[in-house]
Write a protein of this length. Structure first.
Length: 508
């Protein structure tokens, strides 16, 4: 899947048509892939500069960024430095405080003192100071499964998945309906099966069934999590030999129809949805409730092993922060025998250099012991309260947001005339909270969007009192402004609503 800011769709004829990569785009895919392959062993910022050059040569920067986003997810980068960067900074800053660094000579003296303490060379210490920053990490591996054709196929699948984020209903006809229904059930989607007749039946693979899957906003309100499940469902649907998917899309309040077929999307070497298993009902219950929330953490089941002395520990989950390379491990300690509890505690005591939360059944009586071993203990009885876990994660979020904000300039000057805070945050690789406290000298804040004053003037000249809201929204859409209410207010208008069908623009 791609991020929403990389979605490319056409609304011609009132529809909703993803702009898939075609044969002519294979050359761009080859350039992007070759760019990654050619920068193995080099720092990230050189790769980013090369990708920016491809964007400048391309007619559509979103296509280039989409290809790069897919490669980023499977590309391996690592910190390469003679000295651990965090340790290097600690010792250098201590040495600098003792010397009182002002001149280059004093800086060299501080590096020399730090090098003596770290048993390294001054140049090695200097090179290590910020080697763990994203732009200085080194590209060490590019996925071998991609060639230009596979990258184009993966892009088209991901673009279609992203287009389904805002679906309220999906209708599926497939030559393998059993697999589709199985995936629907595993994804806990609401559905019904409709019998086809006449011409409908002959439309796709002679099937006499249509699977109708509905989302919660058909009844209540939008849910990004539910949209993500629709997107995951597409992977299974597209694995069939012949299929057609029609979706109703909530396009900023306007219903549009999206149609996909096996001619549009294929599944390039990816597996369909598989069922996640859990060791206990407590784990399954917690995972279901946590995943239903729209948080900035991805819940991963049974992540990588972590060292614990001579052994390894595989916690039940990790919480991976969506805006940086930061994770918190999470273990749920259920009602076990005293012997197993003691063994588990000994393993956890040997875990170093990781952040870990441990949910502890109150009946075990070991909460205080865990707290003394520097693991954040969350007591529970019967079920793990998501509120308690959320509270523990918020402490990390506050530190991560502050750290990200500190790395950004106090004033941000986006190049685009109109850009959402979400897209700007994605550009810097931080959360929206990290950018929304900054100053934007060249833009006005319109809701959650930044707009240059000249654009607002142009909008104000085209919108007039008495205009239908739908016409005003069309104008705003031309400029890339989504928040109609905030934008209209900014240029001196408001909406006189006429029931649920629309309204008329009038002067405030």
């Amino acid at each position: 899947m791609l991020t929403k800011d990389l979605l490319r769709v056409s609304r011609a004829g009132g529809g909703y048509h993803p702009q898939f990569a075609a044969g002519d785009d294979r050359q761009i895919a080859a350039r992007v892939l070759g760019c990654y392959q050619g920068h193995v062993g080099e720092p990230r910022h050189r790769l980013d500069d090369a990708l920016a050059a491809i964007e400048r040569d391309s007619d559509d920067f979103k296509l280039v960024r989409g290809f790069a986003k897919l490669l980023d997810r499977e590309t391996t980068v690592e910190t390469q430095a003679p000295v651990d960067p965090a340790r290097a900074r600690e010792v250098v800053f201590e040495s600098a405080e003792a010397v009182g660094v002002v001149t280059e000579d004093e800086r060299a003296m501080a590096l020399g003192r730090a090098a003596d303490r770290l048993d390294a060379t001054p140049d090695g210490v200097d090179a290590s100071l910020y080697a763990d920053r994203d732009e200085r990490q080194v590209l060490v591996d590019v996925p071998e499964r991609f060639d230009p054709d596979a990258l184009v196929a993966q892009y088209n699948l991901s673009l279609a998945q992203t287009a389904l984020f805002d679906a309220t209903e999906v209708r599926i006809r497939s030559s393998d309906p059993k697999a589709a229904i199985s995936a629907v059930k595993r994804l806990r989607l609401m559905y019904e099966v409709r019998r086809l007749s006449g011409e409908e039946r002959r439309a796709v693979a002679e099937t006499d069934r249509e699977i109708v899957v509905t989302g919660p906003d058909a009844l209540f309100t939008n849910s990004r999590r539910y949209g993500t499940r629709f997107a995951r469902l597409l992977r299974t649907v597209a694995s069939a030999g012949e299929w057609e998917l029609t979706a109703t899309i909530d396009d900023r309040g306007t219903e549009r129809e999206l149609t996909l077929t096996d001619a549009d999307v294929s599944v390039p070497g990816t597996e369909p949805v598989t069922e996640v298993s859990f060791d206990s009902g407590v784990e399954a219950d917690f995972a279901t409730r946590f995943s239903s929330l729209d948080l900035e953490w991805d819940l991963v089941r049974e992540p990588d092993a972590i060292a614990a002395g001579e052994h390894v520990v595989i916690p039940d989950f990790t919480f991976d922060y969506q805006h940086s390379n930061f994770r918190v491990y999470f273990e749920i300690m259920g009602f076990w025998t005293p012997e197993y509890v003691e063994k588990k505690l000994s393993r956890l005591a040997d875990v170093d250099d990781v952040e870990m939360l441990v949910a502890v059944d109150e009946s075990l009586g070991v909460t205080e012991e865990l707290e003394t071993r520097d693991h954040r203990a969350i007591p529970y009885a019967g079920t793990v309260r998501v509120k308690d876990v959320r509270g523990a994660l918020r402490r990390y979020e506050a530190q991560l947001v502050d750290r990200a904000a500190a790395d950004l300039p106090e004033e941000l000057r986006p190049e685009a005339d109109v850009v959402t805070l979400s897209a700007l945050a994605d550009e810097y690789g931080v959360s929206e909270r990290a950018v929304e406290t900054k100053e934007f000298p060249d833009h006005e804040r319109v809701g959650r969007t930044l707009v240059r004053p000249a654009v607002l003037v142009a909008v104000g000249e085209r919108i007039e009192a008495g205009m239908a809201l739908a016409d005003a929204e069309t104008i705003l859409d031309e400029y890339g402004i989504d928040d109609a209410s905030a934008a209209l207010s900014e240029v001196g208008y408001r909406v006189a609503w006429e029931g649920l069908d629309g309204g008329t623009i009038e002067t405030k």
